[in-house]
Design a protein. Sequence first.
Length: 276
Amino acid sequence: MAVTALPPRRAQGYREMMDKPAAKDKPSRNQAPGSGAKAAPRKRAPRIPYTKAEIEEIFRRFSIQRPEPKGELAHVNPFTLVVAVALSAQATDAGVNKATKELFKVADTPQKMLALGEEKVRDYIRTIGLYRNKAKNVIALSRKLVDDFGGEVPKTREELVTLPGVGRKTANVVMSMAFGIPTLAVDTHIFRIGNRLRLAPGKTPDEVEERFMRIIPDHWLYHAHHWLILHGRYVCKARTPECWRCELTDLCSFRKKVLEPPKSQRAKAGTKEIGS
């Protein structure tokens, strides 16, 4: 199966946006204009233990393992995607899908969600953590979409983050999955991989995002978001990375590799074989 390549102009445009210098701060009240005080130098990104060829190989292997990766949040249009991603904070994709399966049957547009009302939305998503506050946000973002955007989900990050309950991560997911705009939504899995593998080390999600965007080759950028999430979710796990079955073991710089399954896991596998 052919791998979708990212149009070069889109990738370049995103990088140009990332490279724009921040606006200069105005002098503080205690600093006289023209006092000659210099801004703090920009912090250099730490060096990473990979060559360009090795980074290329990492993403090439991802492309072979998952040629067409897909997100695991169920949705039917950009609006239901925004709602699903907003609901997924501090919840699993499986849990969100279970709750939204019936919700999206009756409310798949902002107008229908408003007609349903906050109380009914709460009933549908009651199994999700923080459901009361999330129900308020779903109604509030639906109202803003109707009032300010004609009922349509906007395509820019600047507009998306004005929606209640939508932050940078949610906006990036929507831009990527709904509109095909190359972005990287740094969740707990991508943050862990960036630091554990030393591919894009950073103390904050924004730092990790920026550093990943600088190293991922243009032609792999479109699918990189899902490759990294799925790798972190199913292979490079938080508690025990399953290095014994990882396709990157020979390239990975992580020093504490787990090259054999834990005894409990081996025992389960043995029991399964005996019973099969």
